[in-house]
Design a protein around this ligand. Structure first.
Ligand code: PLP
Length: 344
């Protein structure tokens, strides 16, 4: 299987940059399970500093980052409040429950990705022998299934204050937190200042080939590191991966605004094509609805693939397209021409 030439299925399809390949080839490495990989240590310290947290931990994926974070915060029988549309609830095999005995307590996401404060508060279990123990709240920023919407610093602070009032931990699944920061012209610190833990992906819009980083307090990272080892995530000479991550954090954040501009360009163009209704665009993710006499989401996905354009059909009438490094404005124009010729 070869990928489509214009691949809008996901920002995980990004190729490492030439600078990343160079850095990987030259990386100084050691045994990271012994704490002796200088490049991993450098990446972890760099990430911690960027988020104003005490420590960082390189993990294999965003899924592993969320899992080790919740394993570090919770005991068996605990509950974590999360959104019904969250990635952690929908796309991570509920690993917290399977591997940690930690139950998700579901709250409805609003269309803009938030969980209403009153809904969160209602989901916190009272101290009663019938109930599990609420231990943590997990937010997602940007919100994948809610159209790439971002959470604001004010909203996140309000959830953190609620968490603090009830003695709960706040975890942020920030797989695309740098997209959230760029879209609002704020520092990631402002989006995470009162969070106990944050996971972010190096391997999505930041274009590194592998890896995510978890940041938090030193004591939390120590527990997360134990959880990572238990899950088989001790990666030895992982500096080869970390080297690309350092390039990602140094060179690839500011250019995310190009992805956001291309996403808006795509949605604007799609809004003029009969039978296509784009949802509001917030960052680099474009969802659109297909209501056309000759196509549904799945058949349109197939027809686009035949023209070498990749998108993801995520329901009978809903399709996702994601912009990223390697997708230029001309690719968006070409994609729009293909849509027009197929649908008009
Ligand atoms: C992609 C993603 C993850 C998981 O990351 P992987 O590296 O694919 O495991 C977690 N949360 C969100 C919101 C994501 O988009």
């Amino acid at each position: 299987m070869t990928p489509p030439r214009i691949d809008l299925r996901s920002d995980t399809v990004t190729q490492p940059t030439p600078a990343m390949r160079e850095a990987m080839a030259r990386a100084h490495v050691g045994d990271d399970v012994f704490g002796e990989d200088p490049t991993v240590n450098q990446l972890e310290a760099m990430a911690a500093a960027m988020f104003d947290k005490e420590a960082g931990l390189l993990v294999s994926s965003g899924t592993q980052g969320n899992l080790v974070s919740l394993l570090a915060h919770c005991q068996r029988g605990d509950e974590v409040i999360m959104g019904h549309n969250s990635h952690t609830y929908n796309y991570e095999q509920v690993g917290t429950a399977v591997l940690g005995g930690i139950a998700p307590r579901i709250v409805m996401n609003q269309p803009d990705g938030i969980l209403r404060l009153e809904d969160i508060e209602a989901a916190i279990m009272p101290d009663n022998v019938h109930f599990g123990i609420t231990r943590a709240i997990s937010l997602e920023n940007t919100h994948n299934r809610c159209g790439g919407a971002f959470l604001t610093p004010e909203y996140t602070d309000a959830v953190a204050a609620l968490a603090q009032r009830y003695g709960l931990k706040l975890h942020i699944d920030g797989a695309r937190i740098f997209n959230a920061a760029i879209a609002q012209e704020v520092d990631v610190k402002a989006l995470t200042r009162h969070a106990d833990s944050v996971t972010f992906c190096l391997s999505k819009g930041l274009s590194a080939p592998v890896g995510s980083v978890v940041v938090g307090s030193r004591a939390f990272i120590k527990r997360a590191r134990r959880a990572r080892k238990m899950l088989g995530g001790g990666m030895r000479q992982a500096g080869v991966i970390a080297a690309a991550g350092i390039v990602a954090l140094t060179e690839m954040i500011d250019r995310l605004r190009e992805d956001h501009a291309n996403a808006r360009r795509l949605a604007n163009g799609l809004s003029r094509i009969p039978g296509i209704q784009p949802e509001p665009v917030h960052t680099n993710i474009v969802y659109f609805h297909v209501d056309h006499p000759r196509f549904n989401a799945r058949t349109l996905q197939k027809a686009l693939l035949a023209e070498d354009v990749g998108v993801l059909a995520l329901g009978p009438g809903r399709i996702r397209a994601v912009t990223h490094y390697g997708i230029e404005a001309e690719d968006i124009e070409e994609t729009l021409d293909i849509f027009a010729s197929l649908l008009q």
